[in-house]
Design a protein. Structure first.
Length: 136
């Protein structure tokens, strides 16, 4: 997928191209409240590692049945994932969080998610979205 540049998405490194990433996971219904509580207290060193490795504008959305949708922007998804994989704090966080999810098949939450296809963006013409789909 080709990254994009937009004034709305510029941040550190003004004008840096960023790829929008949306993903899905399923939180176990019996763990939803604890999952929400853990995310009210994300470790500061985990937050810093995410920022340093290219996870920008990161949000999580949780439906009452446990459907979790995540969204973030990054200059490079492979670099962002690899950067976090190299951080000790991420290994600790992923080990603690894995039990909250269904259907990871042995993967960690940060690598076992289902990436969703972007089909519309208000600030990009449809032709650019078509180009992204053919480049992935």
């Amino acid at each position: 997928m080709k990254p994009f540049t937009s004034s709305r998405d510029s941040g550190p490194g003004e004008g840096s191209p960023r790829e929008r990433v949306c993903f899905q996971l399923q939180v176990r219904p019996d763990r939803i409240e604890e999952y929400k509580e853990r995310h009210r207290q994300v470790w500061p060193e985990m937050q810093q590692a995410l920022r340093e490795t290219g996870w920008h504008n990161y949000s999580l959305f949780l439906r009452e049945d446990g459907l979790l949708i995540g969204y973030f922007e990054t200059p490079s998804l492979p670099d962002a994932v690899a950067g976090m994989a190299a951080r000790e704090v991420n290994a600790r966080w992923q080990a603690e969080m894995a039990a909250f999810f269904e259907d990871l098949d042995g993967a960690t939450p940060d690598t076992g998610f289902l990436r969703l296809e972007e089909v519309f963006h208000l600030d990009e013409p449809a032709t650019m979205m078509d180009e992204k789909r053919t480049d992935s």
